[in-house]
Design a binder for this molecule. Sequence first.
Ligand SMILES: Nc1nc2c(ncn2[C@@H]2O[C@H](COP(=O)(O)OP(=O)(O)O)[C@@H](O)[C@H]2O)c(=O)[nH]1
Ligand SMILES: [Mg+2]
Length: 352
Amino acid sequence: MYDHKPDDLSDELEKQIKDAAEAAFDEEIASVNDQLEKEITFALVGDINSGKSSTVNALMDDELASVAPEPGQTIEVGRYYYTEKIVFVDTPGLDDVVKKNSEQTMKFFRQADVILFFLNAAGTVLSDGEMKVFRKLKRKNSNIIFVLNKIDAVDPSEIDDIAGYVKRNTDVTLPVIPISSRDGTNIQELREEILDMLKKNGKDLLFARHLRDKSPVANKWIYAAGGAAGTVGLSPIPGSDIVPITGIQVTMMVRLGKLYDKPISRRRAKELAIATVVGNIGRTTFRQAVKVVPVAGSITAAGVAGSLTIALGFAMKYAYENDLDVDVDTIMSLIPKYYEEPKVPDNENMRK
Ligand SMILES: Nc1nc2c(ncn2[C@@H]2O[C@H](COP(=O)(O)OP(=O)(O)O)[C@@H](O)[C@H]2O)c(=O)[nH]1
Ligand SMILES: [Mg+2]
């Protein structure tokens, strides 16, 4: 077992870690709470029967919008509240976007966080009507994702060409995601594209919390934190990196807690930050890392920081998904399961 305050952790270093953990916690919790107050508006644009309703249902893994058995079922602009904070605004059809052109409709488009522009891969992709609406929307708001739906109904070898055609004829900077809302192909890719777009407005967590399967999002955040910790760990001054690494780890803990709707307390975050550094793996590896020459030491420390952050993230994720308490004992007992020895480059081994 580790112990909370081993002899090799100086009072000074412990204080630094605690202060860093508190600062990171306060900052992240404020930003997260701010984010959860906001609202997300999705605008669904596309021809009748392009699969808008089916796609929303597939995205949220839920029966939210009714799928029309017959063409022309969606008569007016429909607002589907997924939660009181997440709303999908369905448009009746492309013609109406152009003709009605009401101030109200245009306001929706201007303010939408994400415009999902549906194209039917099995139909006429980029018809005159679609081009007209695209140009109009693009001037108001460029948060557009092209959803190339119904790819189950086209020859697989043609999909890339169709997607390339859309990019070349619209705006190469906009994402084009080929999907099938019928068989679920690439729905996860669409979710991730949406999350990336929402991240710019600081709304990704708000959306991610409502996904049925949180695992892919959690993985992405954990690896991103691991990468960031690894980069910080490259600092040439041994030991100087523990404070920023603590910040990265605490930020990750706060976000994972909110994602799984089991927020972590300030005190728990602080305890875990300390335990990670002094725990069975952290203690020996960090100590070894700072003993060797600075260059080799920092390379090892970078690997340790990254691997340890990733192991911490996966340990927390495991605890959340299996309804275990996210306490120090549980997390410390799970970390070795996910920890991978960082690889030291050959030339560094030779120097030792
Ligand atoms: N083959 C195929 N059909 C689809 C797909 N998505 C939707 N559809 C069908 O297209 C029709 C219109 O779907 P709906 O979601 O109501 O379209 P909306 O009018 O844009 O909301 C329905 O019959 C769906 O079953 C898909 O990915 N592949
Ligand atoms: Mg519909």
